[in-house]
Design a binder for this molecule. Structure first.
Ligand SMILES: [Zn+2]
Length: 439
C-alpha cells in the first residue's frame, strides 16, 4: 500500500537510516532493590530494551528518537509499556517510538500507559525505519482518560517500528541539508552546540552578495514532525530551479536552522531540551545554548550592514494547521505582510482553510513574540496538524513558500526599519560590548 507517508519519505530522504545493530543487552525491568529515584531517572530517560520470558519477543527504544520508558511482560503475549516524559510538569504531547520483533510470527498485545500525559499521536508503522504508514487500526481499545491504549500487533522476525509520527532524526535532516549544499547557492555552517554537544546547523540559501533576509527555524519541540516536514518542503521550494525561486535568491537570503533542539529529538523528548527546558519559552532570558545560538544569528541579520531581516517563521505542529501571529504591531515592517500572505495562500487553495490566530501565547517567551517585540520584524509560528495528510503538507508548504516569495519580491528594496532600543541592548550584549542587558 502506498500511503501518503510512504510517498513523503521517498520524496524527502533518498539515502539515510543507518540500520542499528541489534545487539540487545537485557536490561530487566526495575526490580526490588532499585530506589525510587533510580526508577524516576530511568523513566525520564525513556530508552529501554526488553526481552520476553521465552526470549522470543524483543522490544527496544534504543535508537535515535526512541521513547519507551519501561516494558514488562504481563501475560503470555501481553506486554505493558510505560511511556513517560523527560520532565514534569510537561506539555501533553506524549511521544512514543519503539521497535518490536519476534523469532516466531504471532499477534501480541501492547498495553501503552502514559505517565503525565495522554494519547495524542496515532500510531505509524515502518518495516525499515524509512517508509511509514498510518496504522490507527492497531488500536484495539482506549481508556476514557486516554492514559491507556491497547495495540494488537502482528510481529515476526522482521523489525517493526511503531511511533507517534514517522521518525525524522537529526541525522536524516542533516543529510537533507548536506544534499542541499551540492547546490552552488546553498551554504551550511555550525552555529553552536546543544547542551549535550550536538551540532546546530544553519543553511544560507542565496545568490545575492548583498541580500535582504528571511529566517526559518524548526523542531524546537521534538515530536512536532509535521512542522519539520512542512519546513523541509518550504525550504526545498526556496532552493528550487523555478524562475520565482531564482528571482527570490537574487535578492534575498534564507537562513534556516532546521533542528533547534537536537538533543530532544535524539532522546525522543516530548517537549524540552536536555536540561528539561521548553526552548520556545526561553526567548526572553535565553538560558539555553540552543536559543542563544539562534538569537545570535538573528541579531547578526539585524546588525549594521546586515540590518535587513524581513520575516521570521518558526515551524511547529499542533492539532490542526494554523498560523499564530502576534497582535497587530504598528512598528512592524513590512506592514500587514502576514495578512496579504495568508490571503494569497487562501486564494491559491480554495478548498483548504487557512486558520490564523493572533492571540496565541501572546505573553509567553516564544521566538515569535521576541522577534516581533525586540527586532520589530514580522514573525509567524507556522503549525501543521499532527495528522494532516502528508501530501497536503507538501502542497500547502510549497504553495506558502511561493506566495511568500512573490510578496517579498514586491517589497521596496533595502528599506531598513528603525531598530528598537531593546534590540540595541541585545546586540551590545551579544557582541560582548555590554555585560548587562536592560530588561
Ligand atoms: Zn511547538
Amino acid at each position: 500500500m502506498k500511503s501518503p507517508l510512504r510517498l513523503l519519505r521517498r520524496d524527502l530522504v533518498q539515502n539515510h537510516f543507518v540500520t542499528l545493530a541489534f545487539g540487545f543487552v537485557a536490561i530487566w525491568a526495575i526490580g526490588p532493590g532499585v530506589g525510587f529515584a533510580h526508577a524516576e531517572a530511568r523513566l525520564h530517560r525513556g530508552d529501554a530494551d526488553f526481552r520476553s520470558h521465552d526470549g522470543r519477543v524483543v522490544i527496544t527504544s534504543d535508537f535515535p528518537g526512541g521513547r519507551m520508558s519501561q516494558c514488562k511482560q504481563v501475560g503470555a503475549d501481553t506486554f505493558a509499556i510505560t511511556i513517560a516524559p523527560e520532565s514534569d510538569p510537561i506539555n501533553d504531547s506524549a511521544w512514543y517510538a519503539f521497535r518490536v520483533q519476534s523469532t516466531h510470527p504471532k499477534q501480541i498485545r501492547l498495553l501503552l500507559h502514559y505517565v503525565n500525559g495522554s494519547h495524542r499521536y496515532e500510531p505509524k508503522v515502518s518495516r525499515d525505519g524509512e517508509n511509514w504508514q498510518a496504522a490507527t487500526e492497531l488500536i484495539s481499545s482506549t481508556s476514557n482518560t486516554l492514559e491507556d491504549v491497547e495495540l494488537r500487533v502482528d510481529v515476526d522476525r522482521k523489525p517493526l517500528w511503531i511511533a507517534g509520527q514517522e521518525l525524522l532524526s537529526t541525522d536524516e535532516v542533516s543529510q537533507w541539508s548536506s544534499d542541499l549544499t551540492r547546490l552552488p547557492y546553498v551554504d551550511r555552517k555550525q552555529i553552536g552546540r546543544s547542551v549535550q554537544g550536538r551540532t546546530m546547523e544553519q543553511l544560507t540559501i542565496t545568490e545575492s552578495a548583498d541580500p535582504d533576509y528571511i529566517f526559518l527555524v524548526a523542531r524546537q519541540h521534538p515530536p512536532e514532525v509535521t512542522g519539520a516536514i512542512g519546513m523541509l518542503h518550504f525550504v526545498d521550494t526556496l532552493a528550487s530551479q523555478s524562475d520565482l525561486a531564482k528571482r527570490f535568491r537574487s535578492r534575498f537570503a534564507a537562513r534556516v536552522v532546521p533542528t533547534v533542539n537536537p538533543d530532544g529529538v535524539h532522546h525522543g523528548h516530548w517537549r524540552c531540551n536536555a536540561n528539561g527546558v521548553d526552548l520556545n519559552r526561553d526567548w526572553s532570558h535565553f538560558t539555553q545554548p540552543e536559543t542563544q545560538a539562534v538569537r545570535e544569528q538573528l541579531l547578526q541579520c539585524r546588525r549594521a550592514g546586515e540590518d535587513r531581516l524581513r520575516l521570521f517563521v518558526d515551524f511547529h505542529s499542533t492539532y490542526d494547521d494554523v498560523f499564530y501571529i502576534p497582535a497587530h504591531n504598528p512598528q512592524i515592517f513590512p506592514a500587514d505582510f502576514t495578512k496579504t500572505w495568508f490571503a494569497s495562500i487562501q486564494q491559491r487553495f480554495p478548498g483548504y482553510r487557512v486558520n490564523v490566530d493572533d492571540n496565541h501565547n501572546a505573553h509567553r517567551s516564544t521566538s515569535k513574540a521576541w522577534v516581533d517585540r525586540t527586532l520589530g520584524v514580522t514573525a509567524v509560528t507556522y503549525e501543521f496538524g499532527d495528522e494532516t495528510d502528508r501530501g497536503m503538507i507538501k502542497q500547502v508548504a510549497s504553495g506558502a513558500a511561493e506566495e511568500m516569495m512573490k510578496l517579498l519580491l514586491e517589497l521596496p528594496s533595502k528599506r531598513t526599519p528603525k531598530a528598537s532600543p531593546a534590540m540595541h541592548s541585545e546586540i551590545r550584549l551579544v557582541s560582548g560590548i555590554e555585560e548587562t542587558l536592560q530588561r
